[in-house]
Write a protein that binds this ligand. Structure first.
Ligand SMILES: CC(C)(COP(=O)(O)OP(=O)(O)OC[C@H]1O[C@@H](n2cnc3c(N)ncnc32)[C@H](O)[C@@H]1OP(=O)(O)O)[C@@H](O)C(=O)NCCC(=O)NCCS
Length: 180
């Protein structure tokens, strides 16, 4: 069982905290932006967004859910959102990230997701973590590969062809030990 405090994560430049019920406006700046969520035909409704926040908070007790990413230097600067949650229709846990457009190209996605991988493997004790990306989403695939996940198959995700990547805990721990 995880407390909310245990889900507040820090990395070199980032302060990462789980969603709370009053985050709709902040979350909307990311998840309702068609430049960020470019594969959705329709902008997410506020009703669905609020439901998503509530659902993400229900996962917190298992150490999972959605997080907001802020700059450590200025805690009012929203950078993006981060997620660790069950992949649709499977028991696997996927990692994901969506950053504000003006925060791309600074290494923040890789830094934040790297911190969340550590949480997933060492605090929750997950056996493996996966990620899915559209084949043409090169920026996302680049982040996934920098994190050490490897391409294992092509898959259908929410009706669209996706690349599916995976990292096992033992490989993660071995790589971490080798680089320390
Ligand atoms: C996918 C997404 C999160 C990637 O963000 P990003 O900023 O490109 O990824 P990173 O955080 O790894 O940053 C990488 C870039 O930062 C640069 N960078 C600058 N300063 C850096 C630093 N201090 N450390 C590391 N990299 C740094 C790198 O050189 C790299 O640039 P390049 O890709 O042009 O070579 C972002 O494009 C996004 O939000 N897209 C829309 C939503 C989306 O697609 N989500 C994923 C769905 S599967």
């Amino acid at each position: 069982m995880f407390t909310n405090e245990a889900l507040v994560l820090q990395s070199e430049r980032l302060h990462i905290r789980p969603f709370n019920p009053t985050d709709a406006r902040l979350v909307g700046r990311i998840l309702r932006d068609p430049m960020i969520i470019f594969w959705h035909k329709k902008r997410m409704s506020w009703r669905l967004l609020r439901l998503g926040i509530r659902n993400s908070m229900k996962m917190n007790k298992w150490g999972l859910g959605w997080w907001l990413i802020f700059s450590k230097e200025d805690k009012n600067t929203l950078i993006g959102v981060l997620l660790l949650q069950p992949l649709d229709d499977t028991n696997e846990i996927e990692i994901g990230y969506h950053l504000r457009r003006d925060q791309w190209g600074k290494g923040y996605a890789t830094e934040a997701a790297g911190r969340l991988l550590e949480h997933g493997f060492t605090k929750i004790g997950l056996n493996h973590i996966c990620a899915v990306a559209l084949p043409y989403n090169h920026r996302s695939i680049s982040v996934i590969e920098k994190l050490g996940l490897t391409l294992s198959k092509n898959t259908l995700h929410r009706g669209l062809a996706h690349r599916y990547f995976k990292l096992n805990r033992n490989d993660y721990l071995a790589r971490r030990q080798a680089s320390s």
